[in-house]
Design a protein around this ligand. Structure first.
Ligand code: WQD
Length: 338
């Protein structure tokens, strides 16, 4: 069974390709390498022994997307990761985000609608909830007005897919709302490769731990939380990757209850920034150099998943803890800095 993974050279995409290959799927990757490197293919092959098919292609070029699907008519499913994902950058460059995240989604969906049957997994985000009123967050929590164009593209993406599925019975889709992905593959062959100064907490922690960054700035400790720092649901990237395979198989095997479903993908456990720092210090045996600074605009206080639907309906559950994931993040950081 052939599966297209767009953005398959990226952080979550590459880990998902590994899990797809482990389950016997033939994978073809489309990636424009705007935020990834082709040598990730070697890392994937080192783990699974199979090098996925790969085409460097800009999904914003409609005719190139059409041509791809003409040449790969045996694609049974698509897992769509390809998108721009930096919250801050999206505020500065909204049109880049709407063109890249929405335009490409529309082109892919149009191709899938031509098929007699198609399965589609969409990379969504807990960002769609904004600051939810109740913790843990369930899938029927209200969608709040997006705080950034990036978050808006995830909300719009879900609506576009839902509207399309309503009039296209042959299209079956699942949106996975990720919480905070982190870590790296146990093999040390693939992991997070942020370009430039990391925006996300965990790569900044490990880069500070290895001495690449002088110190971590903790964005505020005056939030209404036990230790004053923000709470997030940090999910190990391999757990997250496996959720994509379970979701795809659900659709391919016709187990879905409707042709558009949504699942939160998190551990169900909230951890503060200081707890994340403590987990790093424990696994590395190093003291982390950090200082408390002002809050970062747009940050929400707390977000962690209610995993009941993912566990009971999707049949998936995260297996790794924050500490285990942080250990793999640290091993990876040391490896790429060797
Ligand atoms: C986590 C916590 C920061 C960096 C974002 C996107 C989300 C998803 C994941 C793409 C917050 C604090 C961070 C630092 C810090 N991205 N922090 N110092 O903002 O929860 O989610 O990334 O899908 O859509 O919104 O993740 O890792 O940036 O921040 O104190 O140098 O760490 O304030 O509380 P976030 P993050």
């Amino acid at each position: 069974m052939k599966v297209l993974v767009t953005g398959g050279l990226g952080f979550i995409g590459s880990h998902t390709v590994v899990e797809l290959q482990n389950k016997g799927f033939d994978v073809v990757i489309i990636d424009d390498c705007s935020n990834s490197d082709e040598n990730v293919l070697e890392g994937i092959q080192a783990i699974t022994g199979k090098k996925p098919l790969y085409e460097k292609l800009d999904l914003k070029e409609k005719h190139k997307v059409e041509d791809f699907f003409q040449r790969h008519q045996d694609v049974a499913g698509v897992i769509h990761f390809a998108a721009s994902k930096a919250v801050g950058e999206s505020v500065e460059k909204p049109l880049l985000y709407y063109e890249n995240n929405i335009g490409t989604l529309v082109y892919i969906l149009k191709e899938l609608c031509r098929k007699t049957k198609a399965s589609f997994i969409f990379s969504s985000s807990c960002t769609v909830y904004g600051q939810a009123d109740k913790m843990p967050i369930t899938e029927d929590a209200p969608i709040k007005v997006a705080e950034s164009p990036y978050g808006n593209t995830k909300q719009m993406g879900e609506e576009i897919i839902s509207d399309t599925c309503k009039v296209t019975p042959s299209l079956n889709a699942i949106a996975l709302r990720y919480f905070n992905p982190m870590g790296a593959h146990p093999s040390g062959e693939i992991g997070e490769l942020p370009k430039g100064v990391p925006q996300n907490l965990v790569p900044f922690i490990t880069q500070t731990g290895i001495g690449l960054r002088k110190e971590l700035s903790v964005f505020g400790d005056d939030y209404p939380t036990p230790d004053g720092t923000c709470i997030r649901d940090y999910i190990y990237v391999v757990d997250l990757a496996k959720a994509h395979v379970v979701a795809l198989e659900r659709l391919l095997n016709g187990k879905n209850e409707s042709n558009y479903e949504v699942f939160n993908v998190g551990t169900g456990t909230g951890s503060s920034v200081l707890e994340a720092i403590q987990s790093f210090e424990k696994v590395s045996g190093r003291k982390l150099n950090y200082k408390i600074v002002d809050r970062r605009p747009g940050d929400i206080t707390s977000a962690y998943a209610d995993t009941t639907k993912a566990n009971k309906v999707l049949g998936w559950k995260a297996e790794y803890t924050l500490e285990e994931a942080m250990n793999y993040a640290w091993i990876w950081e040391q490896k790429i800095r060797d």
